[in-house]
Design a protein around this ligand. Structure first.
Ligand code: HEC
Ligand code: HEC
Ligand code: HEC
Ligand code: HEC
Ligand code: HEC
Length: 262
């Protein structure tokens, strides 16, 4: 593999990149536990949490380990191909209340930040408090519906709604929402057309929120390298795609290991 083949970072001569290039091929490395164990034994400084970032630096000084490392990498690639990529794309999770996004966008005209109100100033977008819901659902809007009755019950008892998490990256990955939201990457670029989620809860066609993207490393890095397309993001968000948007250059981002792993 030549220096220019590696899209991940500038320390191209490192064997860990051979692993990624081999394993990736546009797809995420799904490092099997066995490989991680061997990796750790092989390069003691590397922990599964700071993963290969540390190892990269260490390996630089240990050229003797390269051939063995490459053999390991090849084995790991086969293993990971065999076990299949672990991706939660398409995941849907049952919720304590069958919430629907569509009427809130389409009938109430709400903005995503009304409920996920830290998405533009914190790593975590935040979830709405019951009091946010009750601001509207205070007996006027569909009070007889079963899901609204459940909501009223939580409010009456002063309990938070125990929403189940859908989207999750591993703890060793750093994902800051605000960095994306503040450069104009639309929520829908990563979460799909969520404004259309939801035939009514009592419909036979009701479906919970779906994880639209794999959220794996290959997916993140591809956008950082190729750049975010503002027109495409606007189209997914149901916004008007103006000629100005079409003409905007793709927004690229850092893709060195330490931007996402530290
Ligand atoms: C009325 C408040 C409200 C608004 C407005 C709202 N959401 Fe949500 N959102 C919720 C609630 C409540 C949940 C948790 C229940 C569920 O998953 O259906 C949720 C869940 C989600 C999830 C899944 C969270 C997870 O666990 O991974 C995503 C992604 C999301 N919303 C994105 C958006 C986007 C994008 C918009 C704007 C188009 C938006 N939301 C507007 C209330 C809201
Ligand atoms: C800005 C006002 C507003 C807020 C805040 C709001 N809703 Fe709604 N909600 C609506 C409107 C409007 C509808 C659609 C009513 C209709 O279809 O006639 C709706 C519909 C619903 C439905 C569908 C009910 C059914 O059976 O069709 C559910 C469930 C729901 N809301 C739950 C919530 C929850 C949970 C929250 C807080 C996370 C919340 N809402 C916050 C205005 C709001
Ligand atoms: C660049 C991709 C990207 C964009 C843009 C994005 N998200 Fe996310 N979102 C993610 C990822 C990745 C996760 C999982 C993060 C984690 O596990 O720390 C996530 C998680 C969430 C969750 C669940 C968080 C929780 O604590 O339960 C919600 C809600 C959410 N996003 C809403 C939004 C909203 C609203 C917007 C727009 C204002 C948005 N996201 C923009 C990628 C994105
Ligand atoms: C749809 C395109 C897109 C996707 C997908 C995406 N990002 Fe980004 N990301 C961006 C853009 C654009 C920026 C640049 C922000 C800036 O210039 O300030 C960025 C910035 C970042 C930053 C801040 C980098 C810095 O300069 O310090 C981190 C960290 C990050 N992204 C992590 C992730 C992770 C982790 C994922 C996958 C779970 C991901 N991103 C998926 C477009 C994307
Ligand atoms: C734009 C963000 C981003 C960048 C840059 C990035 N990663 Fe990742 N990485 C992720 C995400 C998200 C995951 C978790 C999902 C997955 O396994 O694909 C991950 C997973 C991994 C894993 C899997 C760990 C395990 O236990 O399975 C390793 C190892 C790893 N990254 C190493 C690296 C190395 C080495 C680099 C630099 C060459 C790098 N990453 C650059 C986002 C990134």
């Amino acid at each position: 593999m030549g220096a220019s083949d590696c899209i991940y970072c500038t320390c191209v001569q490192l064997p860990c990149h051979s692993y990624f290039a081999l394993a990736n091929g546009g797809r995420t490395p799904n490092v099997p536990a066995l490989f991680r164990g061997l990796f750790k034994a092989f390069i003691p400084q590397a922990s599964p949490t700071n993963a290969i970032t540390v190892a990269c630096m260490t390996v630089k000084k240990k050229w003797t380990v390269v051939p063995a490392f490459l053999a390991l990498a090849a084995a790991a690639t086969l293993l990971s191909a065999y076990s299949g990529a672990s991706s939660s794309q398409g995941l849907r999770v049952e919720q304590p209340i069958k919430f629907v996004h569509a009427p809130h966008m389409q009938k109430a005209g709400m903005n995503c930040l009304y409920c996920h109100n830290t998405a533009n100033n914190a790593p975590d977008p935040g979830m709405p408090a019951v009091s946010t819901c009750v601001g509207c659902h205070n007996g006027q809007i569909l009070p007889g519906k079963p899901e609204i009755k459940k909501l009223a019950e939580y409010a009456k008892n002063g309990l938070p709604i125990p929403w189940n998490r859908v989207h999750k990256v591993p703890d060793y990955v750093h994902f800051p929402h605000m960095r994306h939201v503040n450069v104009g990457v639309t929520c829908q670029s990563c979460h799909g057309e969520i404004q259309n989620q939801g035939p009514a809860p009592d419909s036979a066609n009701y479906l919970p929120v779906m994880q639209a993207q794999s959220l794996n490393m290959g997916w993140c890095v591809r956008c950082h390298v190729n750049g975010y397309q503002p027109a495409e993001g606007a189209r997914l968000a149901g916004q008007k795609v103006t000629p100005e948007l079409e003409a905007m250059p793709a927004k690229k981002a850092r893709y060195d290991c330490s931007s996402c792993h530290y």
